[in-house]
Design a protein around this ligand. Structure first.
Ligand SMILES: NC(=O)c1ccc[n+]([C@@H]2O[C@H](COP(=O)([O-])OP(=O)(O)OC[C@H]3O[C@@H](n4cnc5c(N)ncnc54)[C@H](OP(=O)(O)O)[C@@H]3O)[C@@H](O)[C@H]2O)c1
Length: 370
């Protein structure tokens, strides 16, 4: 069985993938960072234990290495890298900055561009020719595209073609991979994920990205001003492409199993959820009446609505999106059934997430106020 090497391994998506790989008896080498308090190994194991909600995890096929994404040879010894990358390897590059604002531009491009370049260089230096490089990108590298986003490369573009620097950095990184494919024969596959949410079967949600970040903000407001009606600048009919983490894992496993993985795979959800459904779910869970109004002007907002609008600087870029994604290549490799989110399953995820937030704050859980 081939060996799977993964960087950014303790992150949300990567650790869910590793959990499945270990359950299917793959040998996994995880590259993660240590921090001032915990070793890379402790952080990796903590992520796996957290997602299994206290159940025991078999770590016998897992090896963890502390690395530095930006340093030559990841700051590891050549002998260690020969062991990591030796043999038939599928290498997944997950590490990324998910920030988006102009203040973080240097960090975003440093991690998402220089980090990727160093990762490919290290991979090419230490692997054998059959090994594959999987780059985890985002479906939102599409930027402000009109029409269908196809499973092919798109040229680099200036920032006004994107919603934020995160999207632009991922487009640039995809084109770095394209150059390595063309010039150095890199055996690569680009995996474009849409917005990843919780587990569609269990509702367990361990991410606070995107809609969960928005719901956390709404929860804070609902706790301070219970029962308030608040207008938010959102198009109720527009949709969010939300992909459950269990579906993402099935897609990633399909990529591992595919003997000839296509160069680009749009790993997105086949059905989307409307903003109206999301706001309804939140309204049932929190004592707040959220009223979508895409035409709401800043000078019509009250002070609370203005605070919310500022807090929506990221989510706000996605309030009126209806992007169509081609998935012909994805469909050609996925043999297993996957599920898509429904208004009910997303509500379960929101409930799990908000309960976790509430109990962190006050030791209490939410009541269903709907
Ligand atoms: N979540 C989504 O909805 C979504 C959607 C589309 C695409 N993606 C892509 O999926 C991948 C994983 O996302 P995620 O949601 O799992 O994010 P995450 O939980 O924030 O994980 C990000 C990982 O990257 C690592 N990382 C960040 N900066 C680093 C650096 N300078 N050096 C080394 N490691 C660094 C983090 O390590 P530390 O813990 O040490 O900081 C963490 O392990 C990313 O490439 C992201 O762009 C995610």
């Amino acid at each position: 069985m081939k060996k799977i090497v993964i960087n950014g391994a303790n992150g949300y998506v990567a650790s869910n993938f590793i959990n499945e790989l270990l359950q299917k008896n793959y040998r996994v080498i995880a590259l993660a960072r240590s921090n001032t308090k915990f070793s890379a190994e402790d952080r990796m194991k903590a992520a796996l234990l957290d997602m299994n909600e206290g159940e025991s995890v078999d770590f016998s096929n897992l090896e963890v290495h502390d690395y530095s994404l930006f340093e030559a040879d990841f700051s590891l010894q050549p002998e260690e890298l020969e062991t990591i990358f030796g043999g038939d390897v599928d290498y997944f590059h997950f590490a990324a900055s998910l920030k988006f604002d102009i203040k973080s531009k240097e960090e975003i491009f440093g991690t998402n561009l220089q980090g990727v370049t160093n990762s490919v260089d290290t991979f090419l230096k230490y692997t054998q020719s059959d090994s594959r490089f999987f780059f985890v990108s985002t479906a939102y590298s599409c930027g402000n595209i009109k029409g269908t986003f196809e499973e092919r490369f798109y040229d680099n573009a200036e920032i006004d073609a994107f919603r934020n620097y995160y999207e632009q950095s991922k487009r640039y990184a995809e084109n770095v991979i394209r150059k390595y494919i063309d010039e150095k024969g890199l055996n690569a596959c680009i995996l474009r994920l849409s917005q990843v949410v919780g587990n569609n079967q269990t509702g367990v949600t361990k991410t606070d990205y995107g809609i969960f970040d928005f719901s956390k903000r709404m929860q804070n407001i609902a706790l301070k001003y219970p029962g308030r009606k608040v207008r938010v600048k959102i198009d109720p009919a527009s949709t969010q492409n939300l992909i459950p983490i269990d579906t993402v894992v099935t897609y990633l496993m399909s990529a591992v199993k595919a003997e000839n993985a296509p160069v680009i795979l749009n790993m997105i959800a086949k059905t989307s959820i409307t903003n109206a459904d999301l706001l309804r779910g939140l309204g049932e869970l929190l004592p707040i009446n959220l009223v979508p109004d895409l035409n709401l002007q800043r000078d019509e907002m009250d002070s609370l609505e203005r605070i919310i609008a500022v807090g929506m600087s990221f989510t706000g870029a996605y309030i009126d999106t209806d992007i169509s994604f081609d998935t012909t290549q994805l469909d050609s490799i996925v043999k297993d059934e996957v599920t898509a989110v429904t208004p009910e399953s997303i509500r379960n995820m929101l409930e799990y997430f908000l309960n976790g937030m509430a109990s962190k704050k006050s030791g209490q859980t939410l009541q269903n106020v709907g």
